[in-house]
Design a protein around this ligand. Structure first.
Ligand code: F3S
Length: 290
């Protein structure tokens, strides 16, 4: 059985940066993160053991604590509240998300701001916070078509938006304004991983996608792969099952943006061992036949 690992898989730049910042911080102070640092249970548990507790609100921290802002970013009032409570902030907002926040804040001075993305997602809520109370999140094309007419519109994207959804909404928005400013803030990391996974899934018998089952980008990767081949989504190597690989010649391996390398490696190693075990079984049967 041949195992092919996707060239681009696992941590994106922003998540890696956030975890590096958290690891450096934990050495020096009482540390909390505002929400789980990433959508990966194993990593969050590991960080908790190292001393990073997860809080839901700034008021759960005390003066002198350090609060890590995760890569999704937050609205401006969170920084203000931390300052008021004398909590030090380590801002691990991904620079690409920061750029979207800056553009949204700037655009809101002269136009109606629309963010294409999941309105419940913390990144979108953060960007809306920078753009002010009148800004709107839109998830689907139908919602865009129901909008009234605006003098000026500015549209941005959640960084993990599928490009096709963003572009179809942009086309619809043109009908709802005299002046549309488009800020394509989609991050390449997501698209790159999806393209590489799609290509790989088209060439193998089975795809293994590793990542948090509550991670939207991991589920999306699994969805794309399953359009092309038999696909299994797992969080750790323990979930691998021998019968998935019976008669299989090639297996593709990819992982969501919040999956650390050590978990991908464990999966890779266990699959290689399964292969050896299967070979041993075959050899033993041949010995027996002889
Ligand atoms: Fe940043 Fe892109 Fe990752 S926006 S957090 S590098 S998916």
């Amino acid at each position: 059985m041949k195992i092919i690992r996707a060239e681009k898989a696992g941590f994106c730049f922003g998540v890696k940066r956030a975890l590096d910042m958290a690891e450096r911080t934990v050495l020096s102070s009482s540390t909390a993160s505002l929400g789980p640092l990433i959508h990966n249970k194993q990593v969050v548990e590991k960080m908790e053991k190292q001393g990073v507790r997860v809080v839901g609100e700034v008021k759960e921290t005390e003066a002198g604590d350090t609060l890590i802002i995760r890569s999704h970013g937050v609205p401006p009032d969170i920084y203000q509240e931390a300052q008021r409570l004398q909590v030090e902030v380590v801002d691990a907002t991904c620079p690409f998300v920061q750029k979207a926040q800056r553009l949204a804040a700037e655009a809101s001075k002269t136009s109606q701001v629309i963010v294409v993305g999941d309105r419940q997602h913390p990144e979108v809520q953060g960007i809306l916070g920078w753009a002010g109370v009148h800004s709107i999140a839109i998830e689907k094309l139908e919602e865009a078509s129901e909008l009234p007419f605006y003098e000026k519109l500015s549209v941005l994207a959640q960084t993990t938006q599928p490009a096709a959804n963003f572009h179809s909404i942009v086309d619809e928005l043109r009908k709802h304004t005299k002046e549309l400013k488009v800020h394509n803030t989609i991050c390449n990391a997501t698209e790159e991983r999806q393209t590489v996974a799609r290509e790989l899934a088209g060439k193998v018998d089975v795809m293994i996608v590793v990542g948090g089952k509550n991670s939207a980008n991991t589920r999306k990767l699994a969805g794309i792969c399953s359009e092309h081949t038999q696909t299994y989504l797992i969080e750790t190597a323990d979930e691998l099952e021998n019968n998935w690989f019976k008669g299989v010649e090639t297996v593709g391996l990819t992982a969501g943006a919040s999956t650390p390398d050590w978990i991908i490696e464990e999966v890779n190693k266990k699959m290689s061992n399964m292969e050896n075990n299967e070979m041993n079984e075959i050899m033993n049967m041949e010995d027996w036949a002889a």
